[in-house]
Design a protein around this ligand. Structure first.
Ligand code: BG6
Ligand code: MG
Length: 219
């Protein structure tokens, strides 16, 4: 039985995945790396430095820069990203998310956050959702990023729950792999072609309800 829900942030709670994409695209252009949809999808959910490595690798430039230069590029991307999210307001919360969170709490479920983003606390403040997420995995304390299971394992741990009693909600293939690896139920928001391994799948956040989840799990 499900007792807890572990949420990704970017692309699940709000449309910030798009801003990450925009900022990485701009950096890829500057580095002379061709931006493709495949690269864009592969970066979803992936940590800041791992994302930069993936971009450099896609362009065959993984050996062209020192660690110091890489940190400078990642910082530049983040500064660009921060300027894009400055204007976020509660109106940017995806449809149905607030209702789902309220419903979960009203029904005694526990919730935690498993975002790879170091900007997650800031974004939750902008969206006025910080009070829902008193339990947040700090990505700075992780050894491995998504698709490794570590972050979703920790998401269950901080709730004091067995992973088997938890579901994770994700928009990224790397995130779904992390949830599945942790032994939790994976709920994907997106398309079957992108999120092939999701246990439960919705095309849109407004379909994310306890009744709809139960209906797909019972099938
Ligand atoms: C994830 C995003 O939530 O966080 C990725 O899906 C992003 O796109 C990652 O790279 C790390 O975020 P940040 O804000 O710490 O650079
Ligand atoms: Mg995401």
């Amino acid at each position: 039985d499900l007792k807890g829900f572990i949420f990704d942030l970017d692309g699940v709670i709000a449309g910030t995945a798009q801003y990450h994409g925009q900022a990485w695209h701009q950096l890829a252009d500057e580095l002379g790396v061709t931006w493709t949809e495949e690269l864009a999808n592969g970066l979803k959910g992936v940590s800041r430095m791992d994302s930069l490595e993936m971009i450099l690798k896609a362009g065959g430039k993984e050996n062209d820069y020192t660690d110091e230069q890489k940190v400078a590029y990642a910082t530049k991307k983040n500064d660009n990203y921060l300027s894009l999210i400055k204007q976020l307001t509660p109106a940017d919360v995806f449809p149905g998310i607030k209702e789902f969170l309220d419903d979960l709490l009203a029904n005694g479920y526990q919730i935690s956050l498993a975002s790879a983003s170091k900007n997650a606390p800031t974004i939750l403040e902008h969206l006025q959702l910080a009070s829902y997420f008193t339990k947040v995995v700090d990505p700075a304390t992780l050894k491995e990023g998504k698709p490794d299971p570590e972050i979703y394992t920790r998401g269950a741990e901080i709730l004091g729950l067995d992973p088997a009693n938890c579901a994770g909600v994700e928009d990224a293939a790397a995130g779904v792999a992390s949830i599945n690896g942790a032994g939790e139920t994976s709920i994907g928001i997106g398309t079957r072609s992108e999120l092939a391994e999701a246990d439960v799948l919705f095309g849109d956040t407004n379909e994310l309800t306890l009744a709809n989840i139960k209906a797909q799990m019972d099938k």
